[in-house]
Structures are given as C-alpha cells and as structure tokens.
Design a protein around this ligand. Structure first.
Ligand code: AVJ
Ligand code: FE
Length: 447
C-alpha cells in the first residue's frame, strides 16, 4: 500500500544519498592531499574542496532547512558556497572550510537529513515533496558536481590518482552509419517524471520534419581525418564566430591531444598519456569544433528536438520512452555511465541500449552538442528556484544531451538537458551528426 511505497522510496533515497557521498569522497578526500584539494587546477574550475562543501551546503538548504523544516546548521557559510556570488576563478581566495572541516560539516548535515527522512512524507499536494522530488534534486546535484570534479581531475597536472578500471567492452557494430527518423509529431520533455528538473518540463508535442541521424558519435578516427584534411585552416567549415574562436585561441585539435613526435597522436586522460583510441567518440571538443566538423562532412548537428526524438520516440506505439531502451533502470549492458570505465566506450557498443530509431549510445560516453540554444519549453515554470535553469535561458549557451561516461544514472534520462558556452571543452563533450532527409543538410561539405 501507500505506506510500503513511502518506505521503499525512503530506502531508495537513503541509498542514493549514500552512493553520491561515497563518490564525492572518492574524488576528493580519498584521492588527493590537502594541498591539491584546496588548489585551483584551472581558472575554469573550483578548488575541489569548494565542490565538496557546496554539495553539503545545498543539502542543508534544501533537505534540512526546507524539506524537513529543521534548524539551520551553518547559515554563515551560505554566502561562500553560493555559485552566483562567487565566480569559479575566485573561490580559491575565499575563507573556505578545510577538507577535514568540509567532511565533518557534510557528515553533520547528512546525519540530520537521515533522521528527518524517517518522518518525510512524499505528499502529492506539495510539489517540492511529490514523489520525492527535492530529495532526487539533491542526489542529482551531488552527482553533477562529481562530474564537474572529474573535469577538474582531467585538467589537473600530475600522476594519476584514480584507479584505472577494466577495458571497455568491444564495439562490434555492423549496422548502418545513419538512420532515417520519419516526419511527424512526438512528445518532447516530461510532466510526470519525479526526477526531472524544471527545464525538462512540461511534456509538449513537437512536429519534426524527417531527418537522418548518425547511429554513433563521431570517433577520434573520423575527427582526425578532419584535422588531417586541414579542417582547422579552412574557414569554409566554421561559422564566423567559430572561426574567430579558432584563430584567437590558436587551437589545432581537441583538448588533451598531443603529437607523439612520429606522426601519431596521444591523448592525456586523468594523468595517463595513451595512444589516441581511434574507435572512441571524440571528446573535449567545443560546439564550434563540432559544428565545423559537421559542415566538412556535408552534415550538420542535430537540433535538440531531433536528438530527443531519435533517443526516445517509439514509432510502434507513438510514445516517448524514459530511456532509449525503455523504462528499465540503466544497467551495465545499456550504457557507459557513472565513471565505471573512466573513458568513453567505442562507438558502436551497447546494442541493448539502442533507441527504437536504431541510434546507439544516446545516453553515456560523451555529452552531445546540439545546434539549439538553451530556452524554456512552452509552459515552463521555474521550480523550485530560478537559478537552476531560468537565469541561463537566452544566454550564450548551446544544449548538450545524453550524459557522458562521468554522468551518474540518476542524473540522466532521455529528457535531461545540459548546457554550456559554445567555446567550452573541459566538459566530456562530443557529438554526432544529422542531415535533412531532403538533400544534404549541410550541403557543400568536403564529402
Ligand atoms: C547543468 C551542469 C550546467 O554545473 O553549472 C550544479 C549543474 N547547477 N549546481 C552546472 C548545477 C547547480 C549545472 N549544469
Ligand atoms: Fe551546485
């Protein structure tokens, strides 16, 4: 009955909170010494110790004070861990909690939250609590910062500190390079999903003209062809803004690539320098680079609606799925998520995770740039706070979809939306291409 359902939800929430915290600790206190935890590894990133106490402070504000109505523990530090008050590059100069103080603070918040969870109701009349929404929000928030911490690990110089997991499963895809998604309406976004952020809501019908989409993300091998073909020297492939970025930045390839001195390419991954794995999706490319590659290839990036339709629309039923493969929780056979492999798997892996369209790996491996700007859906309402999504609408952001190898399964689904500036590439970003069904979408490409 209802009591048993609430009991199950409490148990799941407690377990998910614990999983997220173990992950955060593994990326901070267990991985690096105090000097490295308080250091600024890149002007793009916070010191890791900031992320650590920020997730605790967010939990204090949303679960302890708001959901449980409990007494504030450290209201004095709210201002330090407010992302809008303090740009990332300046956080290193704040009087932050030390790593040990952050660990202690987070544990004290967590103890009180777990106490209050026994009395929590998941009241359908209270949107914040309905279906456990605010708990899910805090769980996802911690995992999102864990992914951000992995980006900091990637930017950090020095010997590897994260144990290297086993090699990814072999990719052995023998299907087509592209699939056709027929013209017609589909349901984009979601209203009922208790985990969905405000920017995924509400469900609405979108009419999408027919298009072709790649079954797999663009690989390092393919991207290298673009580089070798002089793609970085040819303004034909770049938008005016993209070319300005290309020339001003001096970039000649994805971040973390280096020459091996003998005509080959190496990539640095979490402190390890390895030969570039040719069958992996390219990662650490900006939107501008993705767009230029697509034009060179005679294609274009998918719009956000095209990406979502290819990821979740089932023409057999007319329904939109929660995950490309259906409603089953993501498992190891579906997708490469949750930093299990610490790298993307080969493009053409995970046939069990294929979408009805035939597109593979729509979730996991690399975030995929789309051509769309970040806006609210029709009927959008900020919930529960404007600073999660709404303040970014209409800014200089492109939407990315699908999550990466570093994204936890609780923080991704086929409706999930991420966004970043078009020049950013410290995130685990790649892309796949699309084209119009009538003629070539990015006509005039090299091939
Ligand atoms: C959705 C990844 C753009 O990191 O800025 C974390 C997630 N929001 N804390 C970000 C987020 C508040 C957000 N992104
Ligand atoms: Fe945050």
């Amino acid at each position: 009955g209802e009591r048993a359902a609430a009991e199950n939800l409490r148990a799941r929430i407690a377990a998910e909170l614990d999983t997220g915290r173990a992950r955060s600790v593994g990326l901070t206190l267990e991985a690096l010494d105090e000097t490295e935890l308080v250091a600024q590894h890149s002007p793009l990133m916070s010191p890791l110790v900031w992320d650590l106490a920020h997730v605790g402070n967010y939990e204090e504000q949303w679960l302890l004070r708001t959901a449980a109505g409990g007494e504030a523990l450290r209201p004095d530090i709210d201002v330090l861990y407010d992302a809008f008050e303090n740009p990332r590059a300046e956080r290193v100069g704040l009087p932050l909690l030390s790593p040990r103080e952050a660990e202690d603070y987070n544990a004290r918040v967590r103890d009180r939250v777990l106490d209050s969870l026994d009395r929590a109701a998941f009241d359908a009349g209270t949107p914040l609590l309905d279906g456990g929404f605010v708990y899910h929000m805090v769980i996802q928030h911690e995992h999102q910062h864990d992914e951000t911490m992995l980006a900091t690990h990637q930017l950090r110089r020095g010997d590897p500190v994260l144990a290297d997991p086993p090699a990814p499963p072999p990719g052995a895809f023998a299907g087509p390079d592209e699939v056709l998604v027929e013209a017609g309406p589909f349901t984009m976004g979601t209203t009922a999903d208790p985990w969905a952020y405000d920017n995924e809501r509400p469900a609405h019908t979108v009419e999408v003209p027919a298009f072709w989409i790649d079954t797999r993300a663009v690989t390092n091998a393919r991207y290298l062809e673009f580089v070798a073909d002089g793609g970085y020297d040819d303004p034909r492939w770049w938008s005016p803004r993209g070319w300005d970025w290309r020339t001003a930045s001096g970039k000649r390839g994805p971040a973390f690539w280096t020459d091996d001195g003998a005509g080959g390419v190496l990539r640095r991954r979490l402190g390890r320098v390895e030969p570039l794995p040719m069958d992996e999706p390219v990662q650490h490319v900006s939107f501008h680079e993705a767009e230029a590659y697509a034009r060179w290839a005679g294609k274009r990036l998918p719009t956000e609606a095209e990406w979502e339709k290819a990821a979740r629309y089932d023409p057999a039923t007319g329904q939109s799925l929660r995950f490309p493969w259906g409603s089953a929780e993501p498992g190891e056979a579906h997708a490469n998520l949750g930093q299990r492999l610490l790298r993307p798997a080969a493009a053409g892996t995970y046939p069990a995770g294929a979408a009805p369209s035939g597109a593979l790996q729509m979730l996991g491996d690399v975030w995929e740039w789309t051509s769309s700007d970040f806006h609210g859906y029709p009927g959008f309402a900020a919930f529960p706070y404007r600073e999660y999504s709404e303040v970014f609408f209409g800014g200089d952001y492109k939407v990315l979809r699908g999550g990466s190898w570093a994204t936890h399964s609780t923080a991704v689904r086929a409706t999930f939306r991420n966004w970043d500036h078009p020049i950013r590439r410290q995130i685990f970003s790649g892309f796949r291409c699309a084209r119009d069904a009538e003629g070539a979408g990015g006509a005039g490409g090299r091939r």
